[in-house]
Design a protein around this ligand. Structure first.
Ligand code: TRP
Length: 337
């Protein structure tokens, strides 16, 4: 039986942090045997807000290397850079022409990001979710692993596929685009800022102390955990609304040690912050060690990484071309001779 397909991506906007790993990439690694997986570095999404060209190039390659270093197996899954496959931009245009503007204007993330940009909001930022729909629909993805913040974007992709393409242009009920399902990540996968247990750990937070990146040295990790926000209570607990930092740091501890929350709850119930923080620090350092080792190898001699991306690009190109042509044909664009 054919495996179902999965597609996902992360933006190369900054250094990947443990929130990206524990909340997304590590799940892809677990799912890669079960699903035929496509994972891309979405560099075209990264230019929807002001960016530094040199850093973008660097971060794009780093992000791809980190996918592999985190355990994405190039023999099992297709790893590629979004902008290397022209079909993403092309399908995005086709979808643009059938997507109502008012669907876009109500996107929550657009509104949040637009506020931060003041008068300098690009058309690309408004169009971001349509490009994301193109990413997903090009590969006939059955599932897309998403966190809470991307649910609305996935819903948009489903609506475009179903209401704007399939129901308008299908002949004899033969669907043109596959309507993807969300694969909701289990609770606890959302990692919060080290400085504020109520806001999500983010690559774009100006305070570097708010996150631990996958490439932070043991020294830096020690410092960041030492400074991480705590509270005045003794004993640590999950799920106390007054103690979001305790919940977050315990969650990180449970995830990096791969221990059940129940066990962590008991282990830490009578522990003060002074005893817990060094434990957490060590646990993070040892979880990141193998990733950093593999990353360094990949970046020292780039031939393996280049080959992985070359293979990924070839595969992604084959699959996406078929879908793109199907859409072009159905909406009435004349076939190329
Ligand atoms: N918007 C996603 C995010 O910021 C990234 C993304 C772009 C994506 N295209 C995608 C995720 C396709 C899943 C599928 O997290």
């Amino acid at each position: 039986m054919n495996k179902k397909r999965l597609l996902s991506g992360v933006q190369p906007t900054g250094e990947l942090h443990i929130g990206n790993w524990l909340g997304a990439i590590r799940n892809w690694v677990t799912l890669q045997n079960q699903y035929e997986s496509y994972v891309c570095v979405v560099d075209l999404h990264a230019i929807t807000v002001p960016h530094d060209p040199k850093k973008l190039k660097e971060n794009t390659l780093k992000t791809a290397a980190l996918y592999v270093a985190c355990g994405m197996d190039p023999n099992e899954c297709t790893i590629f850079i979004q902008s290397h496959i022209a079909a993403h931009s092309e399908l995005c245009w086709l979808l643009n022409c059938v997507t109502p503007i008012n669907w876009m204007e109500r996107m929550i993330q657009f509104k949040e990001k637009a506020v931060k940009q003041g008068n300098n909001v690009s058309l690309g930022l408004l169009d971001y979710p349509v490009l994301m729909a193109a990413d997903i629909l090009l590969y006939d993805a059955d599932v897309v692993p998403v966190g809470e913040d991307q649910k609305q974007h996935l819903e948009l992709a489903r609506n475009i596929a179903q209401q704007r393409i399939n129901s308008r242009f299908s002949i004899n009920n033969k669907s043109i685009l596959k309507v993807p399902e969300p694969l909701i990540m289990k609770d606890g996968s959302k990692i919060m800022s080290l400085c504020d247990g109520k806001s999500k750990m983010s690559k774009s937070d100006p305070n570097e102390g708010s996150r631990i990146t996958l490439l932070d040295s043991p020294d830096i990790i020690k410092k960041k955990i030492k400074r991480a926000k705590t509270d005045q209570y003794f004993g640590l607990e999950f799920n106390n609304p007054e103690r979001p930092e305790a919940h977050n740091l315990l969650t990180i501890y449970a995830m990096v040690t791969d221990k059940e929350k129940e066990n962590i709850k008991q282990e830490c119930a009578n522990m003060g912050w002074g005893k817990f923080k060094p434990l957490l620090t060590e646990a993070i350092i040892s979880a990141l060690e193998p990733i950093q080792e593999k990353y360094n190898l990949l970046m020292q001699d780039k031939s393996e990484l280049n080959q992985i991306l070359k293979n990924g690009t070839n595969k992604a190109e084959q699959v996406s071309t078929i879908t793109l042509n199907r859409v072009k044909n159905s909406i009435g664009l004349l076939n190329r001779i």
